[in-house]
Every structure is written in structure tokens, then in C-alpha cells.
Design a protein around this ligand. Sequence first.
Ligand code: AHR
Length: 671
Amino acid sequence: MSTPAPRAHRPGALRLFTTVLALTLTASAVAATTLTIDTRGPGKPISPDLFGIFFEDLNYAADGGLYAELIQNRSFEYNATEQPTWTPLTSWETITRGGAAGVVRVSTAAPLNANNSHYVALTVKKPGGGYGLANAGYDGIPVQGGDGYVLSFFAHQLFMGEQWSPQNTIAGRPMPVVVQLEAPNGDVLASASFEVSGRPWQKYSATLTPAHPETAARLVLLAHAQGGVALDEISLFPVNTFHHRPNGMRADLAQVIADLHPKFVRFPGGCLSHGDGLDNIYRWKDTIGPVEQRKGQRNLWGYHQSVGLGFYEYFQFCEDIGAQPLPVVAAGVCCQNSDNSPGMGQAGIPLADMPAYVQDILDLIEWANGPSTSPWGAKRAAAGHPAPFGLKYLGVGNEDQITPVFRARFKMIYDAVKAKHPEIEIVGTAGPFPDGEDFDKGWAFAKQLRIPYVDEHYYRPPAWFWSNLHRYDRYDRSGPEVYVGEYAAHDTGRRNTLRSALAEAAGMTGFERNGDVVHLASYAPLLARRGHTQWHPDMIYFTGTAVYPTPNYTVQRLFMTNSGDTELSATAEAAPAEVAVSAVRDSRTGDVILKIVNGGAACPITIHWRGLADGPHPATETVLASDNPDAVNRDGEPPAATPVTRAITLDPTFPYTAPANSLTILRLGGR
Ligand code: AHR
């Protein structure tokens, strides 16, 4: 090795690594660990889509999260089935200014449409300084000074007792409405004035540009004349969404996800896909078209899904970040843990209704891939995407109990998709655990049907990952391949720690080493809004204004940005049990990439690159390490894990010390 042994320096994790020489001498008294990488061999092909992400609307990941809408409960559809104290007016406050008086009523009498059944009927008895409503979004509305925010709402005039007639004297006088963004101290940051006139429902909109930034603004809507106004779908959307998509994604959060460079995005879940009861199954057709016409529903994680982030937005996002879409549809059954199915537990869509359900899935494929002249392709084109999205993967089922009810419905879907769309690669399911009855039955069923991929899930302690490093070495190469669709190392207290992240990294070396049979893998869950979290640990935490990637995120990013298409043989001798390695080649660049995960004490290793010419070769070294892999701050979160990258040179044989509790990536070729 021409360059002295790599050292790491990280803010917040001060440490000095003992010199290589000293460590080599110490270690040589015990055992000499060697690692030989064959850079010449043809190697084994690795799935081109190996590392992706799992997105589920859990922990306010969609509404209040990635979906950039700033108004909470914009269409007055919150209700007590979602949270016992919720009503259509949850997150709305009545505002009376300067002696104003009136009544706020929720009505369903003449809704915007059947999917959006509740709206507010605001009657102003005394206009005073304005009578109306305010909404503070999710923990306050954050706005940037000088940025544009598109305000829109649907409204019509109400007449006394809602008895409209052309003769009504108020009919001639529109209702003046002022909408403003206000700081907590009442300062008006931006405002727009409207005149709501007549019936039926009409859309009103304006762009608000606050003069100053504010982290906790609220939107205040005030009616200024005696009379009445009906209001629905009150929305405030930043202009600066990710890729400037209207109805798009929150830019900072989407960027952190894009920085992972995932090869695929699975959505919309998880359990959300198969739902709590048959009525709660996620129906993709309810999630496309104009947002005010979409059919929101109870989110089984205990809140409301507006489906403003629907299938069009998911597919568009995938395209924007260069990832394959991997939608998951229910296998004709709801979750076996359902409280709301007939008789509780798993229930199947009645067989008589299955043909329509299967057709919905075929329609999804046409919507995604069909020409814009096809009936469903035309809907995609009308939404703004005439070109096909290029759907390749389709997940059917999630962690389902493998019962006759499941099997019958899965097979109906599978046979129909295979017959009409043999180009679509289906991902089946094998229960919630990495072993056990459903796992065995799921795999047997998948082999019998020759399903291309089987979705395995495991949330297990870090030690489990270390003792399962060779899980896939033994997998049958002639049957279905594996999608590790949900995995995470759950450390004590279900916290994110570097220890858990390193256990996942160790597991990921196993995925890479078996990239011929592990086709796809995604950590789960992806996102969690602080203060609104139903599941720990998660990969990325956030508030309305900040994003907090975890060490687990860093590991995912390091793997995704250092992936290869060919697995190279890496033979370790006398390696401690807590060291895991994988070596890959990226044929686009020709780089050879070695990953060393060390879950124990500093480990001296002699590395031989077989097939490398003598002399120094340019490389980069990236180290993620910590003296205290269990560290958490007072919020129970790990300190930021910052990998350190530097340029080095490497000889064909060189001594290296893998720091204690570390992930090292040596990238030969120096790209
Ligand atoms: O990732 C959270 C949940 O864990 C998923 O919804 C479900 O599939 C699994 O049990």
C-alpha cells in the first residue's frame, strides 16, 4: 500500500486510530486475517435493481410528509374512525375578528362530488373585522420569504337557509373573502382577496408570496359580508416542489431520498396496501385524477390519507429520481390483523367481485404502460404524461397469511397478469417473518406457480443479521428470486444506532454476494415525522422544516452509490465473525468496490487484489465509524453519522485496519 493506512476523522466522533503497524503487530500475535479479491474473474452478475426504497404512508410519510400540501384536513374529511376525537373540523379553528359573528357548520348536502362529501357552510351574521377559519397545517405552516405558495379553494355562495333563488336579494352581491398567511404574532405575511359569486362550486386561486420566512404560520380565511359561503378543498402548495411538479413532493425531503439513488421505489406500503378490512384495501383508481375528486380514506396507521399523493405522483416521482416503480396491490385479501374485516382477520374479496378487482390490476398496467390512445393510457396522458411510465415490476400481496382464501385470489390475479402482460414481473409474498409457517407455505406456493420474486420481511435484532450473513448462499438458484422488501435491525429500545446500521450493512454484503438470487432489497420504513410516528426505527426523520437522516440512511446511501453489476470473489481467512465483506465491479466505470463491515474491535487485514498490476493504484476510501455505536442523544436519536472520504493509492497487497464499528468502502479506480 503506497498511502499510509486510512484514518477517519469525523465531527462529533473524535478518535484517533492506532497506527496500522501497531495493530498489525498486535493482531499478528493472535491471527492474521487475510482477504483476497479476484479482480480478474468474470464474477457473478448482480441484479441491476438490487437496492431500492420502501415507501409507506406511515408516520405521516405522505400527508404531512413527502406530499408538499401545507394544509391539514384540507377537504374536511377527517373523522372519528381515524382518531376518536377527530371531526371534519379537526385542525381548523373558527376566527372572529372585530365583533364578527356567525356559524360554522359542516354539511354534506350538496358536496363538490361524492368522494369529497364534507364541506363547510360558513354563515356570516355580523361581518365585523372578518369571520372565518384558520388552519395551522402540520405543527405550523413553514414558509420561505419570497417563495410562491399556490392557494386554492372551492367555494360557492350560500343563501339564507340555503334556499337559493335568482330573486334572492343577496344573490347579486358576491361574498368578499380575504385569505392571508399570518405569523403567530398576527403579522400578515401575504394575502389575496376574492369575490365568491353564485353557484355551483367554482375554484378560486392565487399565489401568495410571503415577505418574510416563518416556521409556524397559519392560513386565515375571512368572509367580510353578511351572507354565506360554502368552502371545500382549501389548499396551500409551495411552487418550489421537487422538480417543480404541481401537486408534487416536498423538495428537501424528496432530495434526501433522491440522494440515495435508489434503483426502485416500492409503494404505497406495507400493510397500507392490503388494508384493515376489505373496505380499506388501497385502490389505485381512487388516487388518480383531480385531487378534489380523489377518494381519501382512513389510514390504518391511525390517521387520514388524502391520496393527494396518489399513483400518478408516485410514478412521476420514480421517474424524476431515475427509479423503477414497484407498486404493490392487495392479493384480493385484507391484512390478517384486520379489526375491520367480517369476523376480523384476513378476508377475501367475494369471488363474484374478483373479476372486477383483477380488471383493476390489468387497468393499472394499461394506465402505466399503455399508449395514450388506450382508455387507461389516455387518463395518464390527460394527467400530463403521454409517454408510458415503463412499469416492469408489480407486487401482489403483502405479508399475507398463506391460506386457501389467499391462494385462490392470488392465482386469479397472477394468471390474468401473466396471460395479458407476460412482460410484467410479479413479486409474490411469504408472510411477515423470515421463517415459520407462512414463510414456508409462501415459498412453496411461489415455486409451484413459478412466481419470479418472493418478498421476504425481517425486523430482527442486530445479532440476527450477523448470524444470517450466509442466509442466501444456500438459496436455490433455479426457483423464484428474492425481494427483501422490508428489513431493519431493531436494536434495544427500537432505536436507530450505528450498531443497527452496521448490522444492516453486514446483511447487505450478503445481498450483494448473492446478487444473482437476491434481486431487490429495501430497508423499511423510510420516513417518520417527529411527533407523529407510529413505528420506530425509520430511515429518515423530519419535521416541517428539517430532515434528519440516520446512520441507517447513511449505510443505505453508501451501498446504493457504490453498487456494482458483478460480484467478485472475496475470500476471507481467519476473519472474526463480526467482519463481513463483499466485492463488486461496476462495469460502467470499471471500478472495483470492496465493502468491509466491522461490527467488533479494530481489525487488521491483509488485502490482496489478485489480478492487479504491481504499483500504486488510485482509489478512494470512505469510512463510517464510531467509538460508541450505541450512542443516542437525549431525544433517543443517534448522533449524525458522517462518513469520511479521501483519495488514496493502493498496492496489490496492502495492510488495512478496519476501524472498530465501521463500514469501509475502498473503491479502486478512484472515481
Ligand atoms: O414497515 C412497517 C410495516 O411492517 C409494514 O406496513 C408491514 O408490511 C410490516 O409489518
